[in-house]
Design a protein around this ligand. Structure first.
Ligand code: SF4
Ligand code: SF4
Length: 190
């Protein structure tokens, strides 16, 4: 299917520049070969696949782009990056769009992905590594779905997919410094 994308009525390079700066990419180098979109495992469900998002940024998309579903469904698998002949790191583009969307308080299109992200990152901040059990507990408390999928828990424990005890041995001080630096760069102090 061909999607026709027209230039925005109010051309504004602001979002493109902000994304390029945060993601350290040159979006003008994209020549729309679509190799990224063809390899993306969630492109079909996302509405706007990677190449389309880049084209929209090139054409001056504004904050309406922050509503795109791929921001919250991207798996960070970096297949798009690996397939791009111009070495455009689209996974970093998504991270940049996500952080801008959170900072601007843009409503998520659907689901609880921001809550999941926060729950996950809070455990990394506390323990220096991901602590799945706590992240899931925080997420479930936030969504009010404590009982959902609990039947899978024993099998996951048995197969070693989830640990009961928190991770140890991480360089917590360094990880905390990374979080502090990221908060400072965002200007939130959080
Ligand atoms: S990193 Fe995200 S956008 Fe890129 S291929 Fe994977 S799921 Fe798709
Ligand atoms: S693979 Fe690279 S050059 Fe091709 S459309 Fe995607 S981002 Fe653009």
């Amino acid at each position: 299917m061909t999607t026709r994308i027209t230039k925005q009525a109010t051309t504004d390079d602001g979002l493109k520049k902000a994304v390029e700066k945060r993601a350290d990419v040159n979006l003008s180098a994209c020549y729309q070969c679509r190799k990224c979109s063809i390899g993306c495992p969630v492109a079909d469900e996302a509405g706007s696949p990677p190449s389309e998002i880049i084209r929209r940024l090139q054409l001056g998309a504004g904050d309406e782009l922050l509503q795109t579903g791929l921001i919250w469904t991207c798996l960070a698998c970096e297949t798009c990056y690996a397939r791009c002949p111009n070495r455009i790191n689209f996974a970093a583009v998504i991270d940049a769009l996500k952080s801008i969307a959170v900072e601007k308080g843009v409503a998520k299109p659907k689901g609880d992905a921001p809550l999941f992200n926060r729950s996950f990152l809070n455990t990394v901040k506390s323990y220096g590594r991901a602590y799945d059990l706590k992240a899931i507990a925080m997420y479930k408390l936030g969504t009010g779905s404590l009982g959902q999928d609990m039947d899978k828990f024993p099998a996951m424990l048995k197969k070693g997919k989830m640990a009961i005890l928190p991770p140890s041995g991480a360089d917590k001080r360094t990880v905390r410094r990374i979080f502090e630096k990221a908060a400072k760069n965002r200007g939130t102090g959080r």
